[in-house]
Design a protein around this ligand. Structure first.
Ligand SMILES: Nc1ncnc2c1ncn2[C@@H]1O[C@H](COP(=O)(O)OP(=O)(O)OP(=O)(O)O)[C@@H](O)[C@H]1O
Length: 252
């Protein structure tokens, strides 16, 4: 891998309610593009993201742009420029789209600038049209766009995006993937994703986790081209986009 990684994770261990769920994971995230975190259900992908953010008890080393942040509180890590798009989207259902975005603005030098607002408006024209609509009345895909837009408003060094296409209809999965691809032109993304077509579309590199441990890292293409290894590591068959009969959800 060339260049200094934006995120270096070394021997990261995480606990939930005293029980260890991530057992010493080590990986790097390059300073550009999309790095996908793959693995079967319940292997510790979400917990790894949450441990990086300090949302759950953890030990080990986390470096952001060469600076150790593993002893810092979540709010400090976020202010250093780590954006989080959680699995459940977590939009404020009773607030409008515009209010959701306004609340997400971190302010100060890392907050929304006119340029960043323009970028978000260009990426999500549907949200501009629905600025006064309550977020709770949006579709799942639109709520995902709000969640992504909130993270993109701020000046982040990296985005941690957790299963953004989960539960979405195939057409909407494509739209979310397009938005992520455009976002990845502006900020490196660490993406938890189970849909291998989306991984193939977006990711340059993969980190595969099994039972709380990293079992494979490397170029996405190399893994996805190796059906036996995909089956062994992920327990699924790699569905190729060219395969018109493939049901995206079948890859989960
Ligand atoms: N709040 C919790 N309390 C207790 N155990 C939890 C909690 N959240 C997660 N776990 C356990 O931690 C382990 C890792 O879960 P995690 O959500 O990180 O996995 P994951 O790979 O992201 O799974 P999924 O693909 O299902 O989202 C699992 O065994 C899970 O049961």
């Amino acid at each position: 891998m060339s260049g200094t990684p934006v995120l270096r994770v070394r021997d990261l261990t995480a606990r939930i309610a005293g029980q260890e769920v991530v057992h010493g994971v080590t990986f790097d995230v390059p300073a550009s593009g999309v790095t996908a975190v793959l693995g079967r259900n319940g292997v510790g992908k979400t917990s790894t993201l949450r441990a990086v953010l300090g949302l759950i008890e953890r030990s080990g080393e986390v470096e952001l742009d060469g600076v150790r942040v593993d002893a810092e509180r979540t709010d400090r890590i976020v202010r250093r420029g780590v954006g989080y798009v959680p699995e459940d989207r977590e939009v404020f259902a009773g607030l409008t789209v515009a209010e959701n975005l306004r609340l997400a603005d971190r302010g100060g030098s890392g907050g929304a600038t006119p340029e960043r607002r323009a970028l978000v408006d260009a990426l999500f024209p549907d949200l501009v049209a629905r600025a006064q609509q309550r977020a709770g009345t949006l579709s799942g895909g639109q709520q995902q766009m709000v969640s992504l837009a909130r993270a993109l408003l701020n000046d982040n060094r990296i985005l941690l995006v957790d299963e953004p296409t989960k539960g979405l209809a195939p057409r909407i999965v494509g739209e979310v993937a397009e938005a992520l691809a455009a976002a990845a032109q502006t900020v490196p993304i660490l993406l938890v994703e189970q849909n291998l077509q989306v991984v193939e579309r977006l990711a340059e590199r993969v980190v595969v986790i099994d039972a709380g441990r990293v079992v494979h890292t490397g170029p996405a293409r190399e893994l996805l081209d190796d059906a036996d290894r995909v089956q062994r590591l992920l327990g699924v068959h790699a569905e190729r986009p060219a395969d018109e009969t493939a049901e995206p959800e079948a890859a989960r």
